[in-house]
Design a protein around this ligand. Structure first.
Ligand code: ZN
Length: 354
């Protein structure tokens, strides 16, 4: 059994972006209720939660932006963007989301835990240097990557983003940086509009941004197939010291915002694929953070499937999931990624060679 940590705290429920907003406190209530079920209770190690400090936020965000978010504290309602609003407890929840994730990184990097899942909100991957977007205030995963580099002196961080949406804020944070490899699968064209295959990074970071845009309708076999046949060879060549994951469950088959067909079995396969990468490169060090996912039942069962893989309660066979899909669709995706990224990654073979 692995020692798997979880970040959970009731104060994450105090971020209330408004009635009828899909990114609502009930999302975490559903997940926390699942964690209280008899077979899950006491299985996971609780990571102590703290507020992020200003220096940590400044790695990714501008001083003026941090001040603007801080000024929302105590105000009942403040609209930052057509999709993104705050309540009196939002600033604290956002600081605790960053701080909780950073503490999870610390415990995994120092070996106190094997891996961890930060069950936090608000989500983060759309948050830009100086702009709140898409339900996100601070870019949790981007700050955590810098935290691992600055505080723990790790060199190479792999960020994998399987949320339905492209993580524009995360991509922009590292697009000229070869020490952080950003890999994203997302519905495209779709919100937020970024994430085309041709966005590959800039300057010294060229080749270290990998986007796999997808039309709606993809499910377990295609997603796990992309991880096994595209992400895995690149990730092994990059050889990260830590794997961070932006886990959105809005690719679930019942999600109200998305057009994908992923099931808990698929999320188990994606997690297994990432654990395999981390076992090869960095002693299994994987830290996952919650992004989207708006169907409460789908969220609950999918997070459970991820935790079962992280803790080795269950071991899914990725090859079996991939074999159940349309192999020609997968070969088509592989071919397109190869055409753009084949020149950056020698491990990425032409589909016909595999
Ligand atoms: Zn999303």
């Amino acid at each position: 059994m692995n020692k798997t940590g979880i970040v959970r705290d009731e104060r994450y429920l105090n971020h209330k972006p408004g009635a009828f907003h899909p990114e609502r406190p009930e999302r975490l209530e559903a997940i926390y209720a699942m964690l209280n079920e008899p077979d899950m209770e006491n299985r996971f190690h609780k990571v102590p939660v703290r507020r992020a400090n200003r220096d940590e936020l400044l790695w990714i965000h501008s001083p003026g932006y941090i001040d603007r978010i801080a000024a929302t504290e105590g105000k009942n309602f403040w609209s930052l963007d057509p999709d993104t609003a705050t309540s009196s407890g939002s600033y604290e929840a956002a600081l605790l989301a960053v701080g909780g994730l950073c503490e999870a990184v610390s415990m995994v990097v120092s070996g106190k835990l094997d891996n961890a899942f930060a069950l936090v909100r608000p989500p983060g991957h759309h948050a830009e240097k100086d702009r709140a977007m898409g339900f996100c205030l601070f870019n949790n995963v981007a700050i955590a990557a810098r935290y691992a580099q600055e505080l723990h002196h790790l060199k190479r961080i792999l960020i994998v983003d399987w949320d339905l949406h492209h993580g524009n804020g995360t991509q922009h944070s590292f697009e000229d940086d070869a020490s952080v490899l950003y890999f994203s699968t997302h519905q495209y064209p779709y919100y937020p509009g970024t994430g085309s295959l041709n966005q590959t990074g800039k300057g010294r970071g060229e080749g270290f941004t990998i986007n796999v845009p997808l039309s709606p309708g993809h499910g377990d076999a295609e997603y796990v197939g992309i991880f096994e046949k595209v992400l895995k060879p690149i990730a092994l060549e990059f050889n990260p010291n830590l794997v961070l994951v932006s886990a959105g469950f809005d690719t679930h088959q019942n999600d109200p915002l998305g057009g994908m067909r992923v099931t808990p079995k698929g999320y188990a396969g994606l997690t297994r694929s990432l654990v395999d990468i981390a076992n090869t490169c960095c002693d299994g060090k994987v830290v996952i953070t919650l992004e989207g996912g708006y169907d409460l039942q789908g969220l609950r069962s999918s997070v459970r499937a991820v935790l079962e893989q992280l803790s080795s309660l269950s071991k899914t066979h990725t090859a079996e999931i991939v074999s159940q899909g349309d192999q020609s669709a997968l070969a088509y995706l592989q071919k397109h990624v190869y055409q753009v990224h084949g020149r950056f990654w020698k491990n990425l073979l032409k589909p016909s060679e595999r």
